[in-house]
Design a protein around this ligand. Structure first.
Ligand SMILES: Nc1nc2c([nH]c(=O)n2[C@@H]2O[C@H](COP(=O)(O)OP(=O)(O)OP(=O)(O)O)[C@@H](O)[C@H]2O)c(=O)[nH]1
Length: 128
């Protein structure tokens, strides 16, 4: 199970990051996040991942469920839970990704993203 967040800024743009060389799906744009560890609540896993990947802090109670994807990837099955987040502390910085960008949800269609993310774009367009 993977949790990810669309950080939403005051203009209604969302943050995406580019997976670095050496990782599976390198070069694709994704929402910051990562795997939920055993015994961890999803919202707390998301707060941990966003601190590690972007250097921001957040209240896990303030993330809002947005959409999910369920997708088989080779021998594994991915359950991807996407949340939105509008309040956090700190300025996001790319600590794991090789680039960050803020885009309007409609602009996500033009980016190369992992297959599980593509159906989530429409949900974001409605919510943001
Ligand atoms: N964070 C994130 N992962 C995604 C997205 N879409 C998607 O298919 N994934 C997949 O979900 C998995 C997340 O793994 P990850 O490698 O980013 O997570 P992690 O930081 O916990 O892993 P690691 O410590 O093993 O490197 C990968 O297989 C990744 O390709 C997305 O939008 N955001």
């Amino acid at each position: 199970m993977v949790v990810a967040a669309a950080l939403v800024d005051g203009d209604g743009r969302v943050l995406v990051q580019r997976r670095p060389a050496g990782k599976p799906m390198a070069g694709l744009w994704e929402f910051p996040g990562g795997k939920v560890e055993a015994g961890e609540l999803p919202e707390f896993a998301l707060a941990r991942e966003l601190e590690e990947e972007l250097g921001i802090s957040l209240d896990p109670g303030l993330v809002k469920p947005c959409a999910f994807a369920s997708e088989t990837l080779g021998t594994k099955h991915l359950l991807l839970l996407l949340y939105t987040l509008r309040n956090w502390s700190g300025t996001p910085a790319a600590r794991h990704a090789d680039a960050l960008q803020w885009v309007y949800p409609g602009e996500l269609h033009a980016l190369e993203m992992p297959p599980a993310d593509v159906p989530l774009i429409a949900a974001l367009e409605k919510l943001v």
